[in-house]
Design a binder for this molecule. Structure first.
Ligand code: ADP
Ligand code: MG
Length: 346
């Protein structure tokens, strides 16, 4: 019913799991559920599924996640991303999943005018956001690296991908969202109609709660602990990007975040603290949370007005909250958070 594998989880998770078992065992049969926690794609993943097939479905979902990690890890010598990045101008053949993810990422890169750019990877690396120590690269180093950045340098023809030498991609900004979609399908195929997938804060809700009510998703306070409010959703993905997630204080005393503006190579600094996207597809949410964060408030609103196929919550440094009209009825804001305004985008 509760399984811990791959990584030793903290005692608190174990206790939470035991409490869950107790409550699940005493609950009605149709509400029976299982919770699994494991580590993959650099993040703690928690899967909750309900129904009598829960354990078997979660087993499949975990296996699937490990497969996807092996395909897309930028540090795994044997991954398909590494194979593409080492192609040096030669054509490399990739799996259907990788081809789909790449095609979607390139399409979103184009649609966001390059605010999303998977070829920004060497610059992310230079700032030390890929694992090693953080540092501030000088402007010459950044400009040199930017010469090889540009999503249009990546050529794709179905499963065949060609990336010139010096250019490297990674799916850090979209992979987890796409993995959420694939896990949701895996659980659904496994007979599950109610599940919550949490990929390190990237949420994917399958159906509604077992009792038919909406899932309650906390929207994190980007300035500290706790939440700014709670969102009620069914059958939706909810993904947030913000520099508060990963950043460092430079020797100059300034804070540098892990989301970079591909136009300059510098961390985004535009007055936004976080961007949350709500939509059916996790991959769309993940791509847009990163790219609208890069665009900043005004361009993000323009982008929404043009497409309107998602909802969003933008939080600014003034602690103002901007949200699209579609989710106004679904969000309950915490009264104690912030002093700023609430603006509904219509
Ligand atoms: P997280 O993965 O922390 O949830 P995001 O989805 O916003 O957050 O992805 C941020 C990651 O994407 C960064 O850590 C970096 O690897 C990569 N990245 C940073 N800036 C960009 C960008 N403009 N376009 C594409 N990828 C980016
Ligand atoms: Mg993202």
């Amino acid at each position: 019913m509760f399984k811990i594998n791959r990584q030793k989880m903290k005692a608190v998770l174990l206790l939470a799991g035991m409490a869950f078992i107790l409550s699940a065992c005493s609950g009605a049969k149709e509400n029976e559920g299982a919770e699994w926690t494991f580590f993959a794609m650099d993040t703690y993943i928690t899967l909750n599924a309900y129904g009598k097939n829960a354990d078997a479905a979660l087993d499949m979902a975990e296996d699937r996640m490990i497969e996807l990690e092996h395909l897309w890890s930028v540090t795994d010598e044997k991954s398909e991303v590494t194979a593409m990045n080492r192609g040096n101008g030669d054509t490399v053949e990739v799996s259907d999943e990788t081809a789909d993810l790449l095609a979607f990422t390139l399409q979103m890169a184009s649609q966001t005018n390059g605010a999303l750019d998977p070829t920004i990877y060497p610059v992310v690396d230079a700032w030390g956001f890929t694992g090693q120590e953080n540092r501030i690269p000088d402007v010459h180093e950044l400009n040199r690296l930017l010469e090889n950045v540009g999503y249009s340098k990546v050529k794709q023809n179905g499963n065949e991908v060609t990336i010139p030498g010096g250019t490297k991609i990674d799916f850090g900004a979209v992979g987890k969202g796409y993995a959420g979609d694939i896990l949701a399908d895996t659980l659904t195929d496994g007979g599950i109609s109610s599940a919550l997938i949490d990929l390190g804060g990237n949420i994917q809700a399958v159906g509604s709660k077992p009792d038919g009510s909406d899932w309650k998703i906390g929207i994190r306070n980007p300035t500290g602990d706790g939440h700014i409010g709670v969102l009620s959703v069914s059958d939706r993905a909810v993904v947030t990007s913000g520099s508060y997630e990963r950043n460092f204080i430079g020797e100059d005393g300034k804070e540098y975040g892990h989301i970079l503006d591909p136009a300059t190579g510098y961390p985004v600094e535009n007055g936004l603290l976080s961007v949350t996207i709500v939509a059916k597809q996790g991959k769309l949410c993940d791509a847009l949370s990163t790219s609208l964060f890069v665009m900043g408030l005004d361009k993000a609103i323009d982008y929404w007005k043009r497409y309107r196929d998602f909802d969003m919550i933008l939080i600014t440094e003034q602690k103002d909250i901007y949200l699209t009209e579609g989710i106004r009825p679904q969000i309950e804001l915490d009264e104690t958070w912030g002093s700023g305004r609430l603006e509904v985008i219509i």
